[in-house]
Design a protein around this ligand. Sequence first.
Ligand code: ATP
Ligand code: MG
Length: 444
Amino acid sequence: MIKISLPSDVNFIIDMITKAGYEAFAVGGCIRDAILGRIPEDYDITTSATPEEIKTIFKKTIDTGIEHGTVTVMLKGVGYEVTTYRIDGKYEDARHPSSVSYTKSLREDLLRRDFTINAMAYNAKDGLVDPFGGQDDIKRKLIRCVGVPYERFSEDALRIMRAVRFSSQLGYEIDEDTKTAMKELSGNLSKISEERIQVELVKLVCSDHPENMRVMYETGITKVILPEFDAMMETPQNHPHHIYSVGEHTIKSMEEIEKDKMLRLAMLFHDIGKPKVRTKDEKGFDHFHSHPEVSFEMTKDILRRLKFDNDTINCVSKLVGFHDKLIEPNEKAVRRAMNEVGEIIFPLLLMVKKADVMAQSDYKRHEKLQRLATLWSLYTKICENNQCTNLKELKIKGQDLIKIGYKAGPGLGEELKRLLDKVIDDPSLNNQDTLIKLAMEDLR
Ligand code: ATP
Ligand code: MG
């Protein structure tokens, strides 16, 4: 019998519920991850006790999702979701059940879960409960629906994206019948909220297999959630710098960058405007004039549509807008670019540029990489020497200007910018005495 070691607090919760006369198991993702030797993100517990009964067993609980049978049990400041065995009622709108009802059967609770690998439960007393072959599917590296795929995806269309997401995180294939149903029903994703779609998209994009964006395209998922991606897949680029379509280049560039949300999203969107601006010259070469600007605007719109937070929208769209920015390989130009792009985004921009180059043809690749390496070492040097690239680091403030006779108002800001400009060109000017002298000259 397979043995899984659960954290002591999880065992404690299970024991307490069991002593009160009910069943309780750790369930879902945590069991899948434990079998895989991965560290589970969190532990969910499923039980035959009702939420009311759970609340009498534990001192501190929170009603996090009482309408679907979930209470959070708090232990030493950590929350554990405890959910009553549940049968989901009829799904009438491809996203939520019209009713949920409790059941005394663990099997029925597992039956409502999406994939076999997510439909296993475990406790120390009863061992592993795996009625649908989850362990086998882990061995076969397979994402397979519990029950009839067509029905399961009809109930909740988000599961179609979850299939690709788990396949990407785990490096698993999707079972043929499951995949067929995904293709047939992907249109229903239009009924799913952007918030839920965003969660799955980010998990896929940040996984070991971002190339599964191709699967998203082939199954008709992006057609619904990100039709701009389909346009990239369908836009060739006949040009010496390229060997791939815009879409395939995009996928390759995602593989070439680390698994960071901002960076992966930046690669996903960096050329999103290309299909809109493509022109052909007389030799038959494709050109994409002003594609960074168009991509910048589109990225902002799309991320807003997908309900991303402002930090993500700002960072990703900036990286997209600047991805093709020409930076001369000298200190002055790098300081100026750091000022324009922002000192936090700048190093990310160099990573984006590198991934972009790596996803192009070999043509001039060596020169392009050499140039980026130079920019990187200039950037490091500027940081090491604490050279000023923004107003925060300027050794003079508005207050100092007022003391020597400047009036508060827009003129003050303009003067600070003028001084910053000089300091960016010549870092040795960044000390208060020199800057006061320069400001006094400007005043006269
Ligand atoms: P992660 O490690 O990303 O959190 P997870 O498997 O824990 O993966 P969750 O979204 O946290 O996924 O959901 C917990 C469990 O609830 C799943 O393992 C699955 O059993 C069930 N589940 C979640 N979403 C659905 C859904 N849309 N349809 C059916 N079952 C679902
Ligand atoms: Mg989870």
